[in-house]
Design a protein around this ligand. Sequence first.
Ligand code: ZN
Ligand code: ZN
Length: 640
Amino acid sequence: MAVRLAEPAALKFWPNKIFGSQILQIFRRKYTSGSRKFLDPKMLCKQGKIKETLKILQATKHTKDSSVYVCLLEECIKKRNLLESKLVHNHMKDRGFLTDTFLGNKLIKMFAKCDSVEDARNVFVEMPKRDVFSWTAMISAFVRNNFYKEALELFYEMRKEGIKPNEFTFASIITACANSAAAEKGKEIHEEIRKSGFESDVVVGNALVDMHGKCGNLDLAREVFNKMPQRNVVSWTAMIAGYVRNGQGEKALKLYRQMQDVDVKPNVKTLTTVIAACADLAALEQGKHVHGEIVKRGFQFDEFVESAIVDMYAKCGDIEMARVLFDKMPRRNAVLWTTMIVGYAMHGQGKEAVRLFERMRRVEVIPDAITFVGVLSACCHAGLVDEGCRIFDSISECSHIVPSMEHYGCLVGILGRAGRLDEAHNVINKMPMKADATVWGSLLGASRIHRNVELGECAAQHIFELNPKDPGPYVVLSNMYAESGQWDANQKVRKMMKDRNVRKNPGCSWVEFNHQVHTFLVGDRSHPQTKEIYLKLERLSRQMKEAGYVPDRSFTLNDVDEEQKEDMLSHHSEKLAVAFGLINMDPRRTIRVIKNLRVCGDCHSAIKFISRIGAREILLRDANRFHHFKDGQCSCGDYW
Ligand code: ZN
Ligand code: ZN
């Protein structure tokens, strides 16, 4: 639209008319042309000047052309500014543009992106006619803002109205199922998708892989993944993430290698997910490689990526490197601080964890519930009783956190492990919620350390009621009986296990070597180097006995004779993994072993001997924490 600009007053009195008109032309060229462009509403809008655009539109009486509104809405979708979005909405209402379904759908999307599901819903409700796109826009508005239940309800309402979903509806609704753990509904809708032929759509396929992965149905996820006619980086990432989420790190890494083989470029989410797999497996070599990849590809390091990397180094046993990276990071949010604190907790460096926690408070980063679990468990592992109690009391100072079951569990562990068993028991009796099996488990563990059979029995009884199929407490209790020479009671527990059909979880250990994860079960003979490994263990066992090692037979729960017991004991998975490391790895390097369960007492003392005899540093991550073995000592001080 043309805008009249006042001509400079002086020009009217310019003596030379011709010269004056030239000046005028120059003036016009300089200002008017620019202004004309500047004041075209669509141009203004594209520059992100929403309010200015609206002002001009208000000055014009009639607009029949809706294209400027399309432009405004698209700009608002980009900017995600709720205030401006509302101005646009109000203006369109005044001008009667809300009857247009196409614009209405864009309005819903705009409000969804501004995280105002209420405004989106109002637009949706007021729309005179709705098509599949409006319903889909509203469903995805709900999904985007984490209103999964509402999304599902709307989906069923839409079906009732007889409107057929399209691929975008399906993709949204599957995402809703994924995030609300609605596995059964998800399977039903999957069946429908299959029938309507949308399964081969890449967006729908990705959502399905993601959903089945999140709901723990990995076979279904893999089936969809395998059948997809086209796979993009999102598909690969969803499948890898499914494996990681369900504790199948090896499969995740294998799939990542396949992805590289077919030349699909990873994005930052892929690499963050792969880093998490490396952390779970303590696959340090591969973790370092992926870290390098993130740097090489120039991806942005946001706090999630940074936390994943720090977490990986900590879980792979390189707590020093984790700290170096942590210190280098320019911004640190609560997640990153918590990751580092939990890292120290796992390594038994309680003082360092408490120091870091206090620094976090000083720089005014607000801890969340998990931060407290981290620092309290650090106190527990390191036997820091006073600090632990003080920090527990300070939870209530954070108005947004109410002490949860986990926090009470930590407190029970802190007091119990320090031998203050009655106080620990008291905490359980007085806590505001009914203690769960984990909390009783803390008391059971503490009772075992301090050889209080009576309290151990009491704790175990509670666990048997709450969680009768968990083999852990049966094993601990029977070991307690064995240690105190109560063989009848020991037999009774074994019989109870048999009657209730409770099986000991198979112990499993693994070690990374040459970018490969080598896994061992108890008495495993499937590894190609089995012969060497068993020979090595035999030789070690002789050397260890000469050095004063006595096998602790109470750690086997089997009806076999003593000699056989010792044999089984010497072939526990963690010993096999350590032997493998001794045979294959450079003697200057630390052997890093992971075990899925808690390390058994016999293996713990055996590995201490091995670290001295073999002059090797051995790092063992068990289900609870890290053990650094060096010169015949362990970092846990036999307190775990
Ligand atoms: Zn063992
Ligand atoms: Zn230890």
